[in-house]
Design a protein around this ligand. Structure first.
Ligand SMILES: Nc1ncnc2c1ncn2[C@@H]1O[C@H](COP(=O)(O)OP(=O)(O)OP(=O)(O)O)[C@@H](O)[C@H]1O
Ligand SMILES: [Mg+2]
Length: 256
């Protein structure tokens, strides 16, 4: 029987760099021969993307409990349609936000009971948990500034007061403290490449610990990429979705 694939989630506050780092990590894993499905919550399927639009539309009034159920509904569809089948097929799933986000935002941010949230998380996912969670930490104010500057003041959650986002951060830290084996904190550094380097080192340690054979170490890979021109890679993030695919990195081959 085929072995279940690896499940990695990327968490953190708004504007912490989740999408940027997930894209870069997906590129590294793919060059290492992994078949990677990069997805995000809320969303990832057409139903869940529709729920995302309802959830994040600025101005709409949504009660905390409704918000919680909408997130869980989107998650149930996402797990059933994307995550579980990909893992079953032996693929690596890289997901921006997952159950920890609900605990941090709806539990700590909205002050809904944590035990109810954990129960709903379990029901929506059928108990499927990530093998590794990268928790990206950015100073709350900086992250929010970056996130809000993208749209007209940010989406519905990004518009919540800073105090809400500080509670979310405390919540994320509590989860990391409770589950230190699964959740690894990646501390903030100014510069996408510096955080990318930290992410690679954490993932490399994790993969080695699981018995994966790494063909090129994170550091060697990173140095090579830097020499190949990280600036070029960074500027092409949005356009290609997988910037490093353009760069030739010898030493990592596809296949077993
Ligand atoms: N370490 C960093 N140093 C400086 N700028 C960064 C860093 N990481 C990300 N950025 C910039 O911050 C902005 C937000 O990054 P990104 O979209 O990856 O965050 P996110 O966590 O996915 O945000 P959201 O919560 O809104 O989905 C982008 O413009 C990105 O280029
Ligand atoms: Mg994002």
């Amino acid at each position: 029987m085929k072995k279940r694939g690896l499940f990695i989630s990327v968490e953190g506050g708004d504007g912490a760099g989740k999408s940027t780092q997930a894209r870069l990590l997906a590129g590294w894993l793919r060059r290492g021969g992994m078949d990677v499905v990069h997805t995000r919550e809320p969303g990832g399927t057409s139903i869940a993307e529709a729920v995302r639009r309802v959830l994040l539309r600025p101005g709409g009034r949504v009660s905390p409990m409704t918000e919680l159920f909408l997130y869980e509904a989107a998650r149930a569809q996402h797990v059933a349609e994307i995550i579980a089948p990909a893992l079953k097929a032996g693929k690596t799933v890289l997901c921006e936000r997952y159950t920890d986000a609900t605990e941090a935002y709806q539990g700590w941010g909205r002050c809904l009971p944590l035990d109810q949230i954990r129960t709903l998380n379990r029901i929506a996912t059928g108990g499927l948990q990530p093998d590794l969670t990268l928790l990206l930490e950015a100073p709350v104010a900086d992250g929010l500034r970056r996130a809000r500057s993208r749209g007209k003041g940010g989406d519905r959650l990004e518009r919540e007061p800073d105090l809400f986002h500080r509670r979310v951060r405390v919540g994320y830290r509590a989860i990391a403290k409770r589950e230190p084996r699964r959740v690894k904190i990646v501390s903030w550094a100014t510069g996408v490449e510096k955080v990318h380097e930290k992410v690679l080192l954490v993932v490399e340690r994790f993969l080695t610990g699981c018995g994966f054979k790494i063909r090129e170490t994170a550091r060697a890979s990173f140095d090579r990429l830097r020499m190949s021109g990280f600036v070029e890679a960074r500027t092409s993030v949005k356009r290609t979705g997988s910037p490093f695919d353009k760069l030739r990195v010898s030493g990592i081959r596809r296949g077993s």
